[in-house]
Design a binder for this molecule. Structure first.
Ligand SMILES: Cc1cc2nc3c(=O)[nH]c(=O)nc-3n(C[C@H](O)[C@H](O)[C@H](O)COP(=O)(O)OP(=O)(O)OC[C@H]3O[C@@H](n4cnc5c(N)ncnc54)[C@H](O)[C@@H]3O)c2cc1C
Length: 432
């Protein structure tokens, strides 16, 4: 079996790379062992939200322009500003083609509300979470209500409201909370407190009880101009259901990310996978790449758990296996390892130095920026210190950045995934 490009890992980085390659006409296959960070994410794409001194950054591109001097080995510097912009615009277009609209505040960051009610600087948000209308309404100091439905365990409006009330952006806005009884029935007869956002989303996908839900919202928040609802109003049907709820209630309604599983992240995952299939890319879920054969300084083929002894050959390979969360990096008692190829990893040798002293350590945790080291062309170094000609790394498996402290995780995944695809095309002699 021979592909032009084999991508290892079907998260944000791997899917972005695969999509760009499929668009360029490459025969591309993506092996993905399991769920990715997208299934747990807010659905917003963080580009650069915080500076090293902890200050919120409103102009992410200004910060990125200064990054080569400040942090020369940051993955963004392997891409360059022009490519980062191109990657973001490509990503947004691809999502839009599948009906997932991403909103940006021009080239500035905006804040989205997290499941815990904190406000986080981000670059793209689904337009059900933030959009021009919400942006303008905030200028007026709207009355905000945060609602959930009775029995739902993955969102706590009181917690969210308490955090929002402390934030300067909400000083003009009274924030109230409330609960609605969802007039929905699951055919399995499960009580509502057993339903997760995905179960409820599926019911809304069938347009169940939209009128009754709107009436319940009006009763629970009669005074509110804006209503925040946990994101559960459909995996695919949200684009119909949300406008209908707004029309029926006369209120601006926006979605708030919930605790995992996250419908907002799942929508993005689904949009990218649908798009890849539409472009002729192949996704092989549930299979793990476990090793590869190297010949003459190139990766010739890989082997996977399911294909066993059958070797899968390709001209190029992209490693996008994520970080510790997805098994792209693994911590052993005495060291960190990259489990597929045993690549060189940048980390502290002493385990006691891997983590900060406190869980919410303001200095973050050192292990978050550990990962695979690469050369300028995103080629990781093998254990002998040399890169292979045709293996590129992208996304959270990379060293040199802290996705949490910088609020940069999604942006790095999209930019480096896109850049890896361009490098493959360049290597083939294509002018991307
Ligand atoms: C829980 C969580 C929530 C986050 N939320 C956000 C957010 O809201 N916004 C944001 O900007 N950033 C967020 N991030 C940061 C995140 O790192 C990036 O946004 C990005 O999603 C990482 O993408 P990735 O493709 O590099 O890795 P991942 O999303 O981790 O995907 C890696 C994939 O590779 C697969 N894989 C691993 N090993 C193998 C193998 N050997 N063979 C085949 N497949 C393999 C995994 O199963 C997984 O599907 C979040 C991170 C985490 C962990």
């Amino acid at each position: 079996m021979k592909y032009d490009v084999l991508v290892i890992g079907g998260g944000l980085a791997g899917l972005t790379a695969a999509l760009r390659l499929a668009q360029a006409g490459r025969r591309v296959a993506v092996f993905s062992a399991g769920m990715s960070a997208l299934h747990f994410s807010s659905g917003s794409i963080d580009l650069w939200g915080r500076n090293p001194d902890g200050r919120v950054e409103y102009e992410p591109f200004n910060a990125l322009a200064g990054l080569p001097g400040l942090r020369p080995d940051h993955p963004y510097n392997r891409c360059g500003l022009e490519t980062i912009r191109a990657a973001l615009s490509f990503f947004r277009d691809e999502c839009a083609r599948e009906g997932l609209k991403l909103w940006a505040n021009g080239s500035r960051n905006h804040f989205h509300v997290t499941a815990l009610g904190t406000l986080k600087p981000t670059y793209f948000s689904p337009d059900t979470v933030y959009n021009d209308r919400i942006h303008q309404a905030f200028e007026q100091g709207p009355r905000v209500a945060i609602l959930t439905f009775e029995g739902y365990r993955d969102f706590h409006p009181e917690l969210a409201a308490a955090s929002l009330r402390r934030h300067p952006l909400f000083q003009k806005s009274p924030v109230t909370t409330g609960r609605i009884r969802l007039p929905l029935k699951d055919e399995t007869g499960r009580p509502v407190h057993e339903l997760r956002s995905i179960d409820v989303g599926r019911l809304f996908d069938r347009d169940q009880a939209v009128e009754e839900t709107a009436a319940a919202i009006r009763r629970a928040a009669p005074e509110a101009d804006m209503v925040g609802l946990p994101a559960f109003i459909g995996l695919a049907g949200y684009a119909r259901v949300l406008p209908r709820l707004m029309e029926l209630t006369g209120k601006i309604i926006y979605e708030v990310p919930t605790l995992p599983p996250s419908i907002l992240g799942l929508r993005m995952d689904q949009a990218l996978k649908n798009r890849l299939a539409g472009q002729g890319g192949l996704l092989i879920p549930g299979d793990r790449v476990v090793g590869g054969e190297i010949r003459n300084g190139r990766l010739a083929s890989v082997e996977t758990q399911m294909y066993g002894p059958v070797r899968l050959a390709a001209d190029h390979f992209i490693l996008a296996t994520g970080s510790f969360f997805s098994g792209g990096l693994v911590s052993r008692p005495d060291r960190m390892v990259e489990p597929v190829f045993g690549l060189e990893i940048r980390s502290e040798p002493l385990r006691t130095h891997w983590v900060g002293r406190r869980f919410f350590d303001p200095g973050s945790h050192p292990f978050l920026s550990y990962g695979v080291e690469t050369d300028e062309r995103l080629r990781p170094r093998m254990p002998d210190g040399r890169p292979l000609d045709n293996l590129y790394a992208a996304g959270a498996v990379l060293a040199g950045y802290d996705p949490i402290a910088e609020a940069s995780g999604g942006g790095v995944a999209v930019a480096t995934g896109y850049r890896a695809a361009l490098l493959v095309l360049e290597e083939d002699g294509d002018r991307p």
